[in-house]
Design a protein around this ligand. Structure first.
Ligand code: TXA
Ligand code: MG
Length: 339
């Protein structure tokens, strides 16, 4: 272990300490409204390289650059598409990442060797204050070991990053709970690369021309040429094997009663669904936003309880639930049983 990892509160002193570390080229875990991020100076190739080492992340998977103002954006991109300005107006600060042509100041390690860069202005006050205090655009992927569920609490980050980074700033439970929506611009429209809390329906308030990339809902070959490199990797996987059950409540209940054993857990929407059955189960919410908020925490809790197999109820495929479905589908390695 290289570091003694400290969890600090989000006081003024801690924020100043974190900003100091970032100015020295260190990596700090910071809270955001989506999930916790592993932040470093986006313009410093050596600092960014430390993020890839701490996460064990493939080097061709680009990082998102976090900013606190529109002024910061200007120097980072060669061009701001008119639609991007409209989206910034509508959704920034907030959980939306926009891919734009990168300026030369962004090192190749940050952009995964691409000619573009993903930029996001978070709404979390602590994240914004840290960016302002250090005065740097911060590259920050989710603060988990590559492949495992994203962290929504400081404790989740510590579980993955203990000894790998000097410090974690605790900003409480992430409000959204899943990562930002990622979009690119093409042919005067938007291509959705990763669904998130800003839904397709939300994006359509800015333009009718919204295309969902096929990588959002389909498994891609490892050697596929993809619009967003993150789409092809194993993701969000707990140690337990996850299998999705696409069914109504009655059929799910019937399936559960025939497949229960001590190593098996069931993820359902609300406790009432499985009332009266003597099985291991955990609920992750009845509304889209509740499911987004709880999904990663529940996946981590199931692992801590020693589950070997998890059968999970399948979310809807519209609104914010499309993002929940996109994540849990990857946790399940795309295995879905339709009843
Ligand atoms: O909510 C979030 O976005 C969180 C917090 C910390 O802000 N960050 C996050 O980063 O989820 P990460 O690295 O776990 O996911 C970034 C995703 C990856 O799928 C990556 O491939 C894609 O965004 N991405 C980043 N830059 C890109 C680019 N230039 N072109 C295409 N895809 C890009
Ligand atoms: Mg991630």
């Amino acid at each position: 272990m290289k570091y003694t990892t400290r969890i600090l509160d989000d006081s003024k002193e801690s924020v100043a300490f974190a900003a100091g570390l970032l100015n020295q080229g260190e990596v700090v875990a910071i809270p955001t409204e989506t999930v916790y991020g592993l932040a470093a100076n986006a313009l410093d190739a050596d600092a960014v390289a430390k993020i890839f080492i701490a996460k064990g992340r493939p080097s061709d998977n680009p990082l998102i650059v976090h900013i606190a103002s529109m002024d910061m954006l200007d120097g980072l991109v060669r061009e701001i598409p008119p639609l991007a300005l409209k989206c910034a107006d509508a959704f920034w600060p907030g959980p939306l990442t926009m891919i734009m042509p990168k300026a030369d100041v962004i090192p190749a390690v940050t952009s995964g060797g691409l000619d573009t860069v993903g930029v996001r202005m978070p709404s979390h006050m602590t994240a914004r204050t840290i960016i302002e205090k250090c005065g740097l655009p911060l590259a920050a992927p989710s603060a988990n070991i590559s492949g495992s569920p994203s962290p929504t609490t400081a404790k989740h980050v510590l579980d993955d990053m203990d000894g790998r980074i000097p410090c974690i700033i605790d900003g409480g439970f992430s409000a959204v709970g899943i990562e930002s929506t990622v979009i690119a611009f093409e042919n005067d429209g938007i291509r959705l690369l990763r669904p998130g809390f800003i839904s397709v329906e939300d994006l359509k308030t800015v333009t009718d021309n919204v295309l969902i990339d096929e990588g959002v809902l389909n498994m891609l070959d490892n050697d596929a040429v993809v619009a967003s490199p993150g789409m092809k990797y194993k993701h969000y996987s707990p140690d337990a094997e996850v299998i999705l059950i696409d069914s109504d409540t009655d059929a799910f209940r019937d399936y559960v009663s025939h497949h229960a054993d001590s190593d098996t857990w069931f993820m359902t929407f609300s406790d009432g669904d499985l009332e009266g059955l003597d099985v291991n189960f955990i609920s992750y919410g009845t509304t889209d936003s509740e499911q987004a908020h709880l999904l990663f925490d529940v996946l981590r809790r199931i692992d801590n309880m020693g589950a070997k197999t998890v059968f999970a109820r399948c979310p809807k495929k519209t609104g914010v639930a499309l993002a929940v479905y996109n994540r849990i589908l990857r946790s399940a390695g795309f295995r879905v049983i339709k009843l």
